[in-house]
Design a binder for this molecule. Structure first.
Ligand SMILES: [Zn+2]
Length: 419
């Protein structure tokens, strides 16, 4: 596996990093996939087939790795939602940029005097290093006007009104609904406006629609084809805008995903073992000694007292004594391996299911259920994403595999900043 991405022969003036949530190589390469722009960019640019993600390969830790080059153990965005010690974390996310414990590419570019911009990037809210920022952030009250709620967190003051008036039209729960076909195109319109009016040297953009149908319907569905077409069209309008404004020769576009996806046909809920053994309350907030928590398709074990070896021995015995049919559905990832992978140092061990099985955080009900859908968040690289670099100085060609941590230092070097 290559540790670094091939250097560009010419330094681009602008870098745009676009994530298509849940992007898999097949979504570009399969002839039946409606991705003419991505196919063209892959053919004419540098293509990296597999980008191996971080533990777990989930949206927030992965996006934070993309802008830091660090693993979760160092950047400290461990999941989409923090594990809050047996409290119900279902509706709380790592929204705030100050959750990130290391410097970001936004910070490094800003400190080098460059203008920066970002649209709907996870863990970007409140970043002082993003000059034009519409962060990914939402109200816990899902019935409210989400865009009105986000407005005070956008910078500079008034930027969302300006974008609505001049770029993307009024954004509301219909026109900008998460997972809708309208959304990614409107995000691209915002990106084009920012590029044309403020010329950010570094812009990060998160397109999200392709995540939703893959969770619900797996890696191949009619709906996915529609979602992929909308993401491809959004990227295409960004390329077209660069061409029409004369910036195609000075802008490097990087299109990648945060993680891939795998289909599942069974779910596994390891907390049910703990509640049955009296180690975890059935509802969040009750008594507990141990709790499995999964921010993706890996369940990490937390102990209420980190040095509670007695409880850890009980959990191990419980895992050893499972019926063979349940034990065959996962492997135990030991602490040493988690440390080497760069996962949350507070986890005592983890359970990684086999491909075809999805883990849940449920505490009651059946341990194993027959359900279908798509999942991601393994720690063993079963769900890689892919990458295209398209623009000046890029020699067309293919590179096999890189780690996601290689991308941020590469972007800094492209911008002439010492990584
Ligand atoms: Zn994602």
């Amino acid at each position: 596996m290559a540790l670094a991405i091939a250097a560009a022969a010419v330094q681009p003036h602008y870098v745009i990093l676009i994530t298509i949530d849940g992007l898999r190589a097949e979504m570009i390469d399969e002839p039946t996939m409606p991705t003419p722009f991505l196919k063209m960019m892959s053919r004419d640019g540098l293509r990296i087939g597999r980008v191996i993600g971080v533990p777990p390969a989930a949206t927030y830790p992965s996006h934070t790795t993309l802008v830091t080059g660090e693993l979760p153990a160092r950047h400290r965005v461990f999941y989409n939602r923090p594990f809050l010690w047996n409290k119900d974390t279902a509706r709380i996310s790592y929204w705030w940029a100050d959750s990130i414990a290391v410097p970001t590419i936004w910070q490094r570019a800003h400190e080098a005097g460059m203008t920066t911009a970002s649209l709907f990037w996870p863990t970007s809210t409140g970043s002082p290093y993003i000059d034009y920022n519409v962060p990914e952030f939402w109200s816990l009250d899902y019935s409210c006007d989400q865009m009105a709620y986000i407005k005070p967190y956008c910078t500079p003051v008034g930027i969302l009104d300006e974008l609505e008036q001049n770029a993307c039209g009024r954004l509301d729960n219909i026109t900008y609904q998460a997972g809708s076909l309208q959304r990614d195109g409107r995000t691209a319109a915002m990106a084009n406006y920012l590029m044309n009016h403020y010329q950010p040297r570094l812009m990060t953009i998160h397109l999200i629609t392709t995540d939703y149908s893959q969770h619900d319907l797996g890696t191949m569905s009619q709906r996915l084809l529609q979602d992929v077409a909308s993401a491809d069209h959004a990227v295409g309008t960004i390329v077209e805008n660069l061409r029409l404004t004369g910036r195609l020769d000075s802008t490097l576009l990087i299109v990648t995903g945060d993680h891939g996806f795998c289909d599942y046909h069974q779910t596994l809920s390891p907390n049910v073992w703990l509640t049955r053994a009296g180690l975890l309350s059935e509802q969040p907030g009750g008594k507990w000694q141990a709790c499995f928590y999964g921010g993706g398709n890996t369940s990490f074990l937390y102990l209420r007292k980190a040095d509670d070896r007695k409880t850890l021995r009980r959990v191990r015995r419980l895992l050893d004594e499972l019926p063979p049919a349940e034990r065959a559905l996962f492997r135990i990832v030991e602490k040493d391996e988690l440390t080497a992978l760069g996962a949350d140092p507070a986890a005592a061990l983890a359970i990684e299911p086999v491909v075809g099985v999805a883990v849940t955080n449920a505490r009651t009900g059946q341990v194993v259920e027959h359900k279908r859908g798509g999942t991601h968040g393994f720690v063993s690289g079963h769900d890689p994403t892919t990458l295209i670099a398209y623009g000046p100085g890029i020699t067309p060609g293919c590179q096999d595999t890189i780690r996601q941590t290689a991308i941020a230092p590469w972007i800094l070097s492209l911008l002439g900043i010492n990584p």
